[in-house]
Design a protein around this ligand. Structure first.
Ligand SMILES: NC(=O)c1ccc[n+]([C@@H]2O[C@H](COP(=O)([O-])OP(=O)(O)OC[C@H]3O[C@@H](n4cnc5c(N)ncnc54)[C@H](OP(=O)(O)O)[C@@H]3O)[C@@H](O)[C@H]2O)c1
Length: 243
């Protein structure tokens, strides 16, 4: 079966994605900072679905390690799903560069650093599929999370350019734009129930989109239209809103 590399595999969304692909008998490479947690997930997936799974150490902020990390994978993945992210503390980041840099580097630079390595391999082989989890927060800057949003905006643009480049080599790139998702990242936020997806719904949408070779998906689907409305608000009005 094809192998899926999940970067940031300990996240709630990634666990749901791993379960979905394991259920469909894909082999998995679970990459993240907390390898002991990933070992537990690996054992569970092995027993439950009988797929080959390995847990590997990966830190998105350790840019210098990324080429070595990818080269050390015994089997090169057919599909790479970049899930890691960091919402961070917007107010803290406004005054504290360490926090701002962590937000920017986790959501943008780290993702670009590792996906550049994966992209070179896929381009040379003329096959492969890359999935990037960005965010609707990247579509319009808001006062409550523009550090995170601006990094996701950069990541969305990166994925678009990568898709355009790799299309000519037979490599596919899928951009995923989640709206609200009930995970560890958002557990302290008051999210509107109807607009909020469960990680399992996001995983289902990603799995379907991979199989249909979609370019961009919103999950839940109606976020595409919510963002169309939000993007159409004129700037002179938008700047007055408390968002
Ligand atoms: N939840 C939402 O409402 C929402 C909405 C839109 C987009 N997203 C995006 O969806 C993705 C998954 O988020 P989630 O909601 O599932 O969040 P989550 O449960 O908080 O997971 C974030 C993951 O990123 C990993 N991570 C952070 N810094 C890392 C680093 N330097 N190196 C490697 N891994 C690192 C964390 O690793 P550890 O396990 O080691 O902490 C964690 O597994 C993220 O890209 C997020 O920005 C989420």
């Amino acid at each position: 079966m094809p192998t899926v590399l999940i970067l940031g595999a300990g996240s709630d969304m990634a666990v749901a994605v791993a379960r979905k692909f394991a259920k469909q008998k894909y082999d998995l490479q679970l990459a993240g900072r907390n390898v002991s947690l990933l070992e537990a997930l690996k054992n569970d997936l092995n027993i439950r679905y009988g797929v080959n799974t390995e847990a590997v150490a990966f830190d998105a902020l350790d840019f210098a390690s990324h080429t070595g990390f990818y080269n050390s994978l015994a089997v090169k993945p057919d599909i790479t799903i970049c899930v890691f992210g960091y919402l961070g503390d917007q107010e803290k980041g406004q005054a504290d560069w360490t926090e701002a840099a962590r937000i920017l580097h986790t959501n943008y630079t780290g993702a670009v650093s590792i996906l550049n390595v994966v992209a070179e391999d896929y381009a040379a082989k003329k096959q492969g599929l890359i999935v990037g989890i960005s965010s609707v927060a990247g579509e319009r800057g808001r006062q409550s999370n523009y550090l995170y949003g601006s990094a996701k905006a950069g990541f969305t643009a990166y994925l678009s350019g990568l898709r355009n480049r790799l299309f000519h080599q037979g490599v596919h790139v899928l951009s995923v734009q989640p709206g609200f998702v009930a995970t560890r990242m958002t557990e302290n936020l008051q999210l509107p129930g109807l607009l909020t997806a469960k990680p399992e719904q996001v995983a289902e949408d990603i799995y379907k989109a991979v199989n249909k070779k979609k370019n961009t998906i919103y999950t839940k689907w109606f976020w595409r239209y919510i963002m169309l409305i939000i993007k159409s608000v004129p700037e002179f009005m938008f700047k007055k809103l408390k968002l």
